[in-house]
Design a protein around this ligand. Structure first.
Ligand SMILES: Cc1ncc(COP(=O)(O)O)c(C=O)c1O
Length: 446
């Protein structure tokens, strides 16, 4: 087949430079098939690819673009900061302003450090927990992803789950042995692990609302139980809010639940689309970080002034009156619309869930509450749906195992576009027999 589109040509070239043609695996479209879209421009809720095709973006750069792409207030802040110098490798006033804003929203972060990515934040948080407790083991949950940190690439979510290899190669067995894994939402399993290893567990790290195996909410009492176990055993409770921070509500999951973690990791929204992360928490724990204490952590571009300016402008917009009420209502309404569209097409094997501006769509009869239930979703139907939607100008995450993200600018036309594309796509799915009830009616193979 001759290559015709700019996307095809760019993909052919990028594969000469980058493994799989991409700089982060899920972008490669491997699990859904086809050519990844190369984007040239974004504005508000819209994306334009290299062929000039416009899409409604339901990924929002995997979370950060909560105020919409290229927001003029954020751009202005970036331009002003850039004009004063791109990086000093020295402290700035802006860093403290951003930290104060974060602390006002998440008071558990009594002291913090800024990093350049979420991965750096989680990597540093577990090092701090180990340094503080003098213990080596970390407990994580199946299907949770915390960045590409060696110790945390065990039974992980996101791209590892998408490609069916939840344990990365290249992690020494001795290090992987220090990572204990429990099923998400299974407090009894966590209790059993603490019974066996409680004295050795430095930390639990958890996505307090999971978003890297698609969206999975915590069961009643699950996070409270983790808090109690950590307190009883002197382990550090780390809420990885890289995805959920300033995304599910103004104060993350800790604000929604009232549960105070010992350490929190942030990323995505706090950088407003620029590279940024943060970790922080109890002052006594953070006091082990160099130069106050013996745990080393550093970064040439940490607290980068342009990223700080983008983050600060974004958080100011997010802090405007009614922001999360509007975002949450719009996201929930869109999910109801999608479910209604599926039912109109006679499909019952579809449901949806949301919290704040984060959502999950599932080809399943009920909303999954565990990793196993997520695994049981109909991936064939999702993959077909993904392409049907893409052909109709809606850019969904190219994997059944990722949550979706909307911006405050997705109301009105963008939401309508998503719904009309979904109505057509569900009708095709029903016709093709890719969902259970359709195949029971004698459609094509499931
Ligand atoms: C919960 C969570 N933690 C950590 C990370 C890693 O962040 P980054 O990709 O900025 O390194 C991610 C990225 O998706 C994430 O979702």
């Amino acid at each position: 087949m001759p290559t015709t589109s700019a996307n095809d040509q760019l993909f052919e070239e990028s594969q000469q430079h980058f493994p799989g043609g991409v700089n982060s695996p899920v972008r490669a479209f491997r699990s859904v098939g086809g050519t990844p879209r190369f984007f040239a421009r974004a504005e508000g809720p819209w994306l334009w690819d290299a062929d000039g095709v416009r899409y409604v973006d339901t990924i929002c750069s995997w979370g950060p673009a909560i105020v919409g792409h290229a927001h003029p207030v954020v751009l202005d802040a970036i331009q002003k900061a850039a004009a004063h110098g791109l990086s000093f490798g020295a402290p700035t006033a802006g860093e403290s302003r951003l930290a104060a804003r974060i602390r006002a929203a998440l008071p558990s972060m009594e002291m913090m450090r800024l990093t350049s990515s979420g991965t750096e934040a989680t990597m540093s948080a577990i090092r701090v927990a180990r340094g503080f407790t003098g213990r080596s083991k970390i407990l994580k949950f199946e299907g949770c992803y915390h960045g590409h940190v060696d110790s945390l690439l065990v039974k992980a979510g996101s791209g590892l789950l998408t490609f069916g290899s939840p344990d990365s190669a290249g992690i020494p067995a001795a290090l992987a042995a220090e990572t204990l894994v429990a099923p998400y939402n299974d407090l009894a399993a966590v209790q059993a692990i603490f019974d066996a290893h409680g004295q050795d567990i430095a930390a639990i790290i958890v996505e307090p609302i999971a978003g890297n195996m698609n969206l999975v909410k915590p069961a009643a009492g699950f996070l409270e139980g983790l808090r109690a176990l950590c307190t009883a055993h002197g382990s550090v409770l780390i809420f990885d809010e890289v995805m959920t921070g300033f995304r599910v509500g103004p104060s993350g999951v800790q604000g929604l639940t009232g549960i105070r973690p010992d350490l929190t990791t942030l990323g995505k929204v706090i950088g407003g689309g620029m590279p940024m992360g943060a970790f922080g928490g109890r002052k006594d724990i953070m006091s082990v970080v160099a130069p106050l204490g013996p745990v080393y952590q550093a970064g040439t571009l940490s607290g980068n002034p342009v990223a700080v300016a983008a983050g600060m402008a974004t958080l100011e917009l997010v802090g405007s009156v009614g922001f999360f009420e509007r975002l949450s209502a719009m996201t929930a309404e869109l999910m109801q619309g999608l479910v209604a569209a599926a039912r109109e097409a006679g499909i019952t094997e579809f449901c949806a869930d949301s919290v704040g501006g984060m959502f999950g769509i599932y080809f399943a009869h009920t909303i999954p509450r565990s990793f196993d239930e997520i695994q049981a979703c109909n991936r064939t139907a999702f993959n077909r749906f993904f392409h049907l939607m893409l052909d109709r100008g809606v850019y969904l995450a190219p994997s059944a195992f990722e949550a979706g993200f909307l911006s405050i600018q997705h109301g009105g036309e963008p939401s309508e576009r998503i719904l009309s594309a979904a109505r057509e796509s569900f009708a095709v799915l029903a016709q093709e027999g890719l969902t259970q009830e359709a195949s029971a009616r004698g459609g094509l193979a499931n």
